[in-house]
Design a protein. Structure first.
Length: 573
């Protein structure tokens, strides 16, 4: 079967072909490989599996299942692992500074291993937030035939006869602090919320980026919404291994798939499903790996004109399992295509175009999760881009499920998340306030932390709709309420958010897409003169190195120039 592959044109020839590679082959024989296996293409089967959190615990098994498909397709699988930093555990303390940085680490680790060992193709398995874009970024960077596989979501927990997720636990912490939830109730909830393996069940960052994987064409059709415990995950893993060999035979590469139109399709699906604001960070970062200019404003423009059609938590009522049973990402894309919101032309890893894949789907009018575009939950997307005097380089807010889209009030300024959380817990935030948490951006954090602990605590206290929260850091995909992140330029770069003082009036209009600091320009000019850069406690190690290299959130907080600066592509070595 491997005869259809000409190894003289593949990267693995550098480690397996010719008399001069005898020392290299001796290593393969040491691992029990046969001559025929060495003569086949080498496929990197990459797992972000570990014991850190339930998001990742099934990934190694799924990656091992994939081997059978690779072998069946005529390849030789070579498995290795990368790290993850799991946001649910890193949340609310200094550990969260490492989350976004892990995205770059994962992409870099895959690149290093694939380059170092000259692998010809990639099947990548990821489960938690940053591991999904990190894995896809490496595929786009290396540009060898690749398929992305999501490990699947957790099943919902049951508590007091209703479905619950980890978000309910975060919000119960605020409820407990407000004296409205006894400790015994909080303890019972924490034991019930996460009943087994898989990533967070709502349309938080992991499931949002899993939808992106299908919408952008890097994942097999309708493969990513199947929950982690389902037996079908094994079949999906094997199918991915088999199909990557077809892509290798036809030389269909990630950048052939992820065109500008494919990125626009992905942004549409994020908005239509009320997805995580983090997608506005990850899509520009992925685009950079292809040399495509696609920044926060490009994403926001698409969000603005996309109907919100999937009734998913945190803004809605359902979780990934329900979306899977309703027909998955492709069911949502079918009605988007019918409404003219999706471009059917981009290629996908199925070997067919997105439109051809969608043609195989029959609309299910009986399911309750995905609305027809003609009768959406709301006419514009669940996520909105903002721009104004507080955020000249943009900001983003998730409006899915929100009733009020305007807010104006006096600023209450905090220099880090811990101080803000302490004030919330002590109930020292007045209704009508605009909470500012700054110096939490990519450079200033460093690492651009998520603020779910603070936002969830506000909701738990019944303050979720009564205050706004603005940061140059990020929000979890599980965040709801008037919570605006990615404000740029960040405070550490001297952006206007660094000049705000307590009592300044800030006005936000998520319908018009504006966010303004109502302070006279002459006053701001005086403050700018007095402003001094702040240091951090991270003056060595990975966070120091990240702060030196990271760019603005508007462009995806990337740490290298991307494909536009390339003079060679790994796939062609």
């Amino acid at each position: 079967m491997s005869n259809k592959f000409d190894k003289s044109r593949l990267p693995s020839r550098h480690v397996s072909v010719g008399p001069e590679r005898a020392p290299h082959r001796s290593y393969y024989y040491a691992m029990g490989m046969t001559e025929e296996e060495i003569n086949r293409p080498f496929v990197a089967v990459v797992s972000a599996g570990n014991d850190s959190a339930p998001c990742n615990t099934t990934l190694d098994d799924q990656a091992d299942d994939c081997r059978a498909g690779v072998i069946e397709g005529g390849g030789t699988p070579r498995r290795f692992n990368t790290i993850t930093v799991t946001d649910g555990i890193a949340m609310g303390h200094q550990g969260m500074k490492n989350s976004l940085v892990s995205r770059e680490n994962i992409a870099d680790a895959v690149e290093l291993s694939v380059r170092g060992h000259c692998y010809d193709a990639i099947v990548g398995f990821a489960g938690c937030d940053k591991s999904l874009p990190g894995m896809m970024m490496s595929m786009l960077r290396l540009n060898v035939p690749s398929i992305f596989v999501y490990g699947g979501s957790i099943l919902p927990g049951r508590f007091h006869d209703k479905d619950v997720t980890v978000l309910d636990v975060f919000e119960a912490v605020g409820n407990y602090a407000a004296g409205n939830c006894p400790l015994s109730e909080l303890t019972a909830l924490e034991k019930a919320a996460c009943p087994g393996h898989g990533a967070c069940g709502g349309q938080f960052t992991a499931n949002t980026m899993a939808c992106v994987g299908e919408a952008i064409g890097l994942s097999l059709p309708n493969s990513n919404m199947a929950p982690a415990p389902y037996k079908t995950r094994e079949e999906i893993a094997i199918a991915a291994g088999r199909q990557v060999m077809n892509l290798l035979e036809k030389n269909i590469r990630p950048r052939d798939i992820c065109t500008r139109a494919a990125f626009e399709n992905a942004a549409r699906v994020v908005a239509a499903t009320g997805g995580s604001t983090n997608a506005a960070l990850h899509l520009p970062a992925m685009a950079s790996e292809c040399g495509i200019e696609f920044d926060l404003f490009d994403v926001a423009e698409i969000f603005k004109s996309t109907p919100y059609i999937a009734d998913l938590k945190p803004g809605g009522n359902y979780v990934a399992k329900d979306m899977h049973e309703a027909g998955g990402v492709y069911m949502a894309m079918k009605t988007l295509l019918d409404g003219g919101f999706i471009n059917p032309e981009p290629m996908t890893v199925s070997g067919k175009t997105l439109g051809e894949n969608i043609e195989e789907i029959t609309w299910n009018p009986d399911q309750k999760v995905i609305y027809d575009v003609k009768t959406p939950l709301s006419p514009t997307g669940g996520v909105v881009g903002l721009k104004g005097t507080l955020a000249p380089d943009g900001a983003i807010v998730k409006v899915a499920g929100m009733k009020k889209l305007q807010f104006s009030g006096p600023a209450r300024v905090f220099e880090c998340e811990e101080d803000a959380f302490a004030a919330v817990e002590a109930r020292k935030i007045a209704e009508g306030s605009v909470i500012i948490i700054r110096y939490e951006g990519p450079k200033g954090g460093p690492g651009m932390r998520e603020m779910l602990s603070t936002t969830a605590a506000l909701y738990g206290q019944g303050m979720g709709e009564k205050v706004a929260l603005i940061t140059d850091g990020r929000f979890s995909g599980a965040t709801r309420g008037f919570c605006i992140g990615h404000v740029g330029p960040e405070a550490a770069e001297g952006g206007p958010i660094g000049l705000v003082e307590d009592g300044d009036i800030i006005s936000i209009d998520a319908e018009r897409g504006t966010i303004d600091l109502e302070v006279d320009e002459a006053v701001l000019a005086e403050r700018r003169k007095a402003w001094k850069p702040r240091g951090t406690d991270y003056n060595s190690g990975v966070l120091w190195r990240y702060a030196q290299n990271v760019g603005p959130a508007r462009n995806g907080a990337v740490t290298h120039p991307g494909a536009k600066a390339e003079t060679h592509v790994y796939a062609d070595i």
